[in-house]
Structure formats: C-alpha cells, structure tokens
Design a protein around this ligand. Structure first.
Ligand code: BG6
Ligand code: MG
Length: 222
C-alpha cells in the first residue's frame, strides 16, 4: 500500500464539538421524556442529524408526524449553532496542526469527511480551511456513516484510490464507514470502544504518522 492521503473526521477528532452535539441531543431527548446518557451518545457519534433523532424517538417509543420531526431537527441545530458560536482556532485539539505539518512535509494529501452539514462553518471558525486538499459535503452523499459514501467521495475528490487512504475517526459508525470504504482505520479515543480500528491513539496529540506507516507496513507484509 502506498499511503497518499489521510482523511479526517471533524467532530471529536479535530475539535471538541462532539460534546456540543451531545448537549443539544440530550436537551431534545429530555424534552421528549427520553433518557439520554453517554452510552446513547457514543452510538450517535458520527450519525447524521435525521438518524440521530430517529434513534431518540425509537428509544422513547414515540410516534411523530413529519412536521414535528423537522421542527425538532431545526431546534437541535439552532441550539448546536449557539453552542459553537464562540469556536475559534484555540479550540483545535492539541496535535492537529503538528500532524497537518507532518503530512504536508511527507506529501500526503489531507481530506475532511464529516457527517455534519455544519462542517464548513466549523472548519472556517477553526481557521484550518486552507489545510485541506478536499472537503467532503455531507449533504451531497446518498448514505451517511456507517456507509462508506462520504469517505469514498473525499478519496475521489482527492484523486486517490481508497486503498491508499487512511481514515481517522472517533466514532464507531465512522470506523465502520472507513472499513467499508476499504481504507486503513485509525481511531482517536478508547481502543475498547473502537474495536474495528487497525490502530487507536488516545488523542490527536498522540497521533504519530510514523506509527501509522509502520502498522501499514506490518499489515502488507503479513
Ligand atoms: C457528526 C457528529 O460529525 O455530525 C454527530 O458526530 C452529528 O453527532 C452529525 O449528529 C451531524 O451533524 P449536523 O451538524 O449536520 O447536525
Ligand atoms: Mg466524530
């Protein structure tokens, strides 16, 4: 395998927006009288807006008209937008810029594959738009994570074969998407949770591209 690109998820990988999604979903769930805890949140990481609300109403055994469903989606997003209002470059996770510099020096392309329709806004607030060779559009793909669509669309945008891409994710659904896209999966978080990943770093500050390349080499030699 010749690694030519690294494709990053956004929420929970480059910045702590995962926490804000959690707060906003918990508010909607509690308003509907549905309990929503860390385990629920773990399942919803990487899952798009519509399917996240579906999960909550199914958990609560609630039947809902399309109108109310759409209204709640808008309400959650408004709350989320308020929570991310003050995001700025200081909210980038430690290690992200160093990682980008290492990849650029090694001539590795950098892509973004987020399930969030707010990704462009967040990237802009973080001031890292120009670091990416291609930014995927969650609104333009047919199936959201755990389907591989967004990762495949970014590989296509980067003009790199999926098998020559490394995907980086903090969510179970995201790691599944990377695997279905036939890419090498790097998890950021807990290895006991991200069991499908080939390699897991506890945080972006521990992401080491040399270790990724060594793991890839080991894989191709066995
Ligand atoms: C993912 C988050 O990146 O984007 C999910 O992990 C979120 O929690 C999803 O629901 C969709 O985001 P948005 O901004 O389009 O509602
Ligand atoms: Mg994520």
């Amino acid at each position: 395998m010749k690694t030519s690109a690294v494709i990053f998820d956004l929420d929970g990988v480059l910045t702590d927006t995962a926490e804000f999604h959690f707060i906003a979903w918990k508010a909607i769930a509690n308003k509907l009288g549905v309990d929503f805890d860390i385990d629920d949140n773990e399942k919803l990481k990487g899952v798009d807006r519509e399917n996240s609300l579906m999960y909550i109403i199914k958990k609560g055994g609630i039947a809902m008209e399309a109108n109310q469903f759409n209204h709640l989606l808008a309400e959650k997003n408004e709350h989320y937008l308020t929570l991310i209002n003050d995001i700025n470059p200081s909210h980038l996770f430690d290690g992200v810029l160093t990682c980008f510099t290492t990849l650029k020096k090694a001539n590795i392309k950098i892509g973004l594959a987020s399930a969030s329709k707010n990704a462009a806004l967040v990237i802009n607030k973080l001031g890292i738009e120009s670091s990416f060779d291609f930014i995927g559009d969650a609104a333009a793909v047919a199936h959201s994570k755990p389907a591989p669509d967004i990762f495949l669309s970014v590989a296509e945008g980067l003009k790199v074969k999926p098998e020559n891409c490394v995907g980086v994710e903090d969510a179970v659904a995201g790691i599944s998407a990377i695997k279905s896209a036939n890419m090498f999966a790097v998890g950021i978080g807990d290895a006991k949770v991200l069991t499908q990943a080939e390699l897991v770093f506890p945080s972006m500050s521990e992401f080491d591209f040399g270790t990724v390349l060594a793991a890839l080499l080991l894989m191709s030699s066995t």
